[in-house]
Ligand binder design. Sequence first.
Ligand code: 5AD
Ligand code: SF4
Length: 441
Amino acid sequence: MNKKLKYFIETWGCQMNEEDSEKLSGGLKPLGHERTDKKEEADVIVYNTCCVRENAEQKVEGNLGALKKLKKEKPETVIAITGCMMQQEGMAEGIIKKFPYVDIIIGTHNAYKFNEYLSRALGGERPIVEVWNKEDDIIEGQPIDRASSIKGFVTIMYGCNNFCTYCIVPHVRGRERSRQPEQIENEIRAMVKEGYKEITLLGQNVNSYGKGLEPEINFAQLLRRINKIEGLERVKFMTSHPKDLSDEVIEAIAECDKLCECIHLPVQSGSSRILKKMNRHYDREQYVELIRKIKERIPNVALTTDIIVGFPGETEEDFEETLSLVKEVEYDSAFTFLYSKRKGTPADLMLDQVPEEAKKARFNRLVEAVNEISAKKNKAYDQKVVEVLVEGLSKNDDSKLAGRTRTGKLVNFAGNKENIGKLVNVKIIKAQSFSLVGEEV
Ligand code: 5AD
Ligand code: SF4
């Protein structure tokens, strides 16, 4: 690969996928290739796909369809697809049939070899369709081109062993495997040296970090080790599974100065009956008790969650229980999803699917309740002084700065541009439903 190319990467889905894309870019940049955000001028177009819900797949297909014209005009453009969607059985073959102008199809397990596939495609071997159905050992030391130079993701574990009955993730991301703590610490130390202030530890289920590692280590112990890294200011993590969030982890957050007071704790449903059908391994009472413990030990904690509406068999009563749970917990924010059938998952075969209309009506009611509570939670910040990590200029008004509190709240504020990348104190002068407005003090 001698020619310098322009590459375009579009990413759908979760932070894991974003991090994977940062690694794809990290592999291409050192070869002298240049990233572009204009598809039309790219020599290489990469789609990093998601399949957690059907609409994520529809978006990818829509985008692939739209490339037909571009490929006709510029046939030398390399079109590559990777990510979770490709990892599903029969998907790669289906895609190449439907979109024969795609040049490279690879899965999540072999995406780390992207440069190799690209050079083969540039050498004339097209199409290349290669999806590994088993995860390799963890690949360490991959270069990474992070989207921000202030805060960044650090994956601590890959895969998931939980098999929630609606979820495709374990089928496409493979079994749980954890990185060695030293590798994680080294990566974070290197980031701190470059000026990073905040890291978010990533995993489908970070609380089961460490299983199978020698010598033994658990997530709370990892957190305490990371908390000792000098120069690092903030540590966040996601995602936590309620069944595995231990007292030890809660204690670590309460005690360690760098661990931020925010926990993303997907509940999925407020009905114990539905939670059982989802194979979540906790019931409503256990979840509520966990929340009580968290709030007691970490008084200013911000809690966020994921909720699925319309899981098979969900009755009006079950849904009411979700609504009442949302009101009881008072989440700072919640990601709400319409249940989406995924091939290969047990829930797809359940006969009591909820009609679309009912799903949508419940969804709207839930969103309304969630938003009302978010607004109320934000109100509590009014007139308070909070620590903000300044991430850059405000999106809607570039005379202002934007950053986030330790609890993850977006703050737009008047302040000194020289403080971008630093922690500053900001007085909140107006609390809006989805963000806060303030001024540096
Ligand atoms: N339908 C709807 N939402 C889903 N999620 C996972 N699978 C599905 C599905 N089949 C949601 C869960 C999970 C989040 C990442 O996506 O709420 O926590
Ligand atoms: Fe999917 Fe459940 Fe694993 Fe999360 S814990 S990735 S929802 S199977």
